[in-house]
Design a protein around this ligand. Structure first.
Ligand SMILES: [Zn+2]
Length: 55
């Protein structure tokens, strides 16, 4: 099972982890906009990383 992880470089924190199967890139972008907008407003660098999990 693969995950998409929303990570903030400035906070050095994982903001959320989502099953790739159910969350498209567009959905992830929406989540960032609606749930993590405060980071964006402060100019934080948010990246989406793909995490492959064993088993
Ligand atoms: Zn942040």
């Amino acid at each position: 099972m693969d995950f998409k992880e929303i990570y903030c470089h400035n906070c050095k924190k994982i903001l959320g982890r989502y099953n790739e199967k159910y969350f498209s890139d567009m959905k992830i972008a929406e989540i960032i906009k609606s749930n993590h907008a405060s980071h964006i407003h402060e100019g934080h660098q948010i990246v989406v990383r793909r995490i492959a999990r064993d088993s």
